[in-house]
Design a protein around this ligand. Structure first.
Ligand code: GCW
Length: 707
């Protein structure tokens, strides 16, 4: 009996050991089974030399240890003899690189045909990025015999925004609670903090905002700053700076002042002292991220001051320490009955030129709010004198949260590659945020609203990790294609098997368009359930504010559907450069993917396909559902080369996704049909339930919405 139970126990523990929880993300370093390749890599990585020693080089050594052990079953050996070493890591301040974070990797064969890899950087941090790059090549089973790589980041600030509250609740978080355990900090350092830093550093992320933009002043109290310092100390060897959100009313709430007026000298002094205190603990503190006068947050407008007054107040305080202020442009507390689309532009454009040089303006990719597809935000290009940062949302608040497989890199590409025409052709959004178009070459950046929580696999859906990965890689190299990023991620996360990589890549690259089609095709937007933002609710709600009501956005009536933002409507189009205005203001030349963003279109309008709008809508919604079906089938083909645990997780999630894609299609179309009054196409799949049923549905519990 005893013996039997020991055997059973052993079987379980072996299974447990080899189960793939997803915890290791893309730093999985799966053992290389191709003997020839492994032997070659082993020979090339036997000894490693470092020209310098620092906390960063220690971090690199640890990573080599982990990686070589797992990939090759080889201990990393560090040698102090450069000539003898196989991998030579050199810090050379005079290296021919345009950035202190950049690196070069060269492989050279010596006279005896022995391969030597040299990684060079101006500083330790560049070596860290170069080493991670090299390890990525090994993980992807790349040929390393003739490497001639030089790489420098496109952007200087590559930063995650955590919408994490101090009580570990994550606003719009779908992967558990916050990984930052403020209760046990500063004394308890969770291994997870180190693994988080490793993961970020491996893709070039160099900053993290630890706290929610809906901020608590408590984060700025001394006790909490000690906790932040503990995290900063863990992250520093990985090149990651910490930032906090600043609640504008903090001088009142924790400073005992009567006002937070940015022009008040006591307020100014309070922030200066706060900055002194922070920097005495964390000398490389990044700065503050601020959401002000938006969705009920306090801000300078409470004192009849401008956003620039507010931003400059904080910028002044952190300037002596080279800190920065990231001021968000996501504002819509405007009570005048103006199209919400226009508000950020209207408030911020006049302030161009009035921000201190250490202020960056952070703008969401589109003008409304992280909808499945938005045209780019017209503030990109509108403020030449201000460095404008991109804010993407990795947590899929409006993109199926953590149950839908949606790879966001195609969306990042789409937005970044769009031509704004603001300075003639080739004025892409990318060229604005990377500082090339308006010469903001020293500070520029990109933020990703993190999709990270304490779920074992960090992001909830096994594929959601890919959005974190893609964000980091694109912030490093803004020109990477979704396809390239997907390929890299799959090989490191799932398998290097060519066929399976191709299958999964195909799934990922089609997932974004599929989701748009089954949720909000042809430029529909903001028709989701209110509050939790999950599932369809085009019929609207009874909330007092019109801009919280889906019917405000789709404006369906007996004539047609869509928001008229042309000159005969809200004229939001005037915020774009003339060539785009021209193209988008004519419903015949407007890209159909944006049609209902800009036009109220007749149900009988003939689309490029030859179908009328109603039929096109039916077609698109169903096409989205069909694409999910295809994805589900394709996933089965990947089974042979994927670990059973993650295969099954995704398999189950795809079933939910398919049901919900059908839910979106049927609920939206039944509702819109009450206006179009046209039949469904012949042989169209019959809705499972009636409109009344969908309308009476008590929405399933969805996380991320509430304290
Ligand atoms: O999309 C909305 C979210 C809010 C969020 C806000 C913002 C942090 O629903 O939860 O608040 O955007 O970006 O500030």
């Amino acid at each position: 009996m005893k013996c039997k139970s020991i055997i059973v126990f052993m079987i379980f523990s072996v299974q447990f050991l080899f189960a793939e929880s997803g915890y290791n993300l893309w730093l999985r370093y799966d053992r290389i089974t191709d003997t020839q390749l492994r032997k070659h890599y082993e020979r090339t990585t036997k000894t490693i030399f470092f020209s310098t020693n620092s906390a960063i080089t220690e971090a690199i050594k640890k990573e080599f240890n982990i990686a070589l052990n797992k990939l090759l079953n080889q201990q990393a050996v560090f040698s102090d003899k450069q000539e003898m070493a196989d991998i030579v890591c050199i810090v050379n301040p005079n290296a021919n690189l345009s950035s202190e974070e950049g690196f070069s990797i060269q492989s050279i064969k010596n006279s005896t045909q022995h391969l030597k890899i040299t990684i060079t950087a101006k500083k330790g941090i560049g070596l860290l990025y170069g080493s991670f790059h090299f390890l990525r090549l090994l993980q992807m089973h790349e040929n390393i015999d003739s490497l001639h790589i030089t790489s420098t980041p496109s952007l200087s600030i590559r930063i995650l925004n955590h919408w994490d509250n101090l009580n570990r609740y994550v606003e719009r978080g779908y992967a558990g609670i916050s990984i930052f355990n403020w209760h046990t900090l500063p004394n308890y350092i969770d291994q997870r903090y180190i693994d988080y830093a490793r993961a970020n550093a491996s893709i070039g992320i160099n900053g993290t905002v630890l706290t929610n933009v809906n901020a608590s002043a408590q984060a700025l109290t001394h006790d909490y700053l000690l906790k932040t310092k503990a995290l900063a100390d863990v992250f520093r060897p990985y090149g990651i700076k910490v930032y906090l959100t600043a609640r504008f009313s903090a001088p009142i709430e924790i400073g005992g002042l009567q006002t937070a007026d940015p022009l008040n000298s006591d307020v100014q002094l309070w922030w200066k002292k706060k900055a002194d205190e922070i920097y005495s603990l964390i000398p490389d503190f990044g700065g503050f991220l601020v959401k002000a006068n938006s969705e009920g947050q306090p801000g300078p407008q409470n004192y009849q001051r401008t956003h620039a007054d507010g931003a400059n107040l904080l910028a002044e305080a952190v300037a002596p320490y080279n800190g920065i202020i990231i001021w968000r442009a996501f504002v819509y507390n405007n009570e005048t009955p103006e199209d919400r689309f226009k508000q950020a532009y209207n408030e911020f454009k006049p302030l161009d030129g009035s921000f201190r040089t250490n202020v960056l303006l952070q703008v969401k990719n589109g003008p409304i709010d992280f909808q499945p597809r938005e045209p780019f935000h017209p503030l990109f290009g509108a403020m030449p004198q201000t460095p404008v940062m991109m804010e993407f949302q990795l947590t899929q608040e409006y993109l199926g949260q953590a149950t839908h497989l949606v790879f966001e890199a195609p969306m990042f590409n789409e937005v970044l590659n769009t031509d704004t025409y603001i300075k003639g052709t080739n004025s892409t959004v990318a060229s604005i945020i990377d500082g090339n178009l308006f010469q903001h070459r020293t500070v520029n950046g990109m933020s990703g609203v993190a999709n990270i929580g304490n779920d074992i696999n960090w992001c909830g859906h096994p594929f959601a990790q890919a959005n974190w990965y893609a964000f980091g890689r694109l912030a490093w190299n803004i020109n990477l294609s979704a396809e390239q990023v997907a390929g890299e991620w799959i090989k490191q996360t799932f398998t290097t098997n060519k066929q399976t990589v191709a299958i999964i890549k195909n799934i990922m690259l089609h997932s974004y368009e599929a989701m748009i089609e089954y949720m909000t095709p042809l430029g529909l937007h903001h028709i989701m359930g209110n509050g939790h933002h999950y599932g369809p609710m085009p019929w609207g709600n009874t909330l007092p504010r019109t801009d919280w009501n889906p019917v405000y956005y789709h404006k369906a009536d007996n004539f047609g559907i869509g928001f008229n933002r042309t000159v005969t409507g809200s004229n939001a189009l005037v915020q774009y450069a003339p060539p785009l205005q021209k193209q988008w203001s004519d419903s015949n030349t407007c890209d159909e993917k944006y049609l209902l963003w800009f036009h109220h279109i007749s149900w009988n309008h003939i689309m490029h396909s030859g179908r009328n709008l109603w039929y096109e809508l039916c077609y698109k919604y169903n096409e989205g559902v069909e694409k999910v079906k295809q994805i589900t089938e394709q996933w089965q083909l990947a089974k042979a080369n994927i670990d059973a645990e993650r295969f099954h997780q995704v398999e189950q999630l795809l079933i939910i996704q398919l049901q919900e894609a059908e839910w979106w299609r049927d609920a939206c179309l039944l509702y819109f049909q009450t206006f179009s009054k046209q039949p469904f196409p012949i042989n169209y799949p019959k809705a499972k339930y009636s409109l009344a049923y969908y309308q009476s549905l008590h929405f399933p519990y969805a996380p991320g919405n509430g304290q």
